[in-house]
Design a protein. Sequence first.
Length: 120
Amino acid sequence: MTILLVVLGAAFGAPLRYLTDRAVQSRHDTVFPWGTFTVNIAGCALLGFLAALPAGSALMAAAGTGFCGALTTYSTFSYETLRLAEEGARLFAVLNAAAGIGTGLGAAYCGMALAAAVTA
């Protein structure tokens, strides 16, 4: 049953990741990967929120592992960071790495704080 919940969540997260990435990136005329940055930060905030809820394993399987796992992408983040460095946009590569990790942690913390506030 758990595997089906993960698959169901991923079936929604993966297309949303692709559509969001394309929509955000099409609005920016820069080499910085704003689309990937956006989905990763949103996923970190949502996963932080979910992790702080007194929810059961079914919700975490579907929404946490499935949806957030398919929505966010560490592999694309890594690839785009390396691509920026290889193409000579080293400042953007460093900014992408630092902002992606720092903002992701901050978003997860804010998600957890929001969950604590709404469940208190």
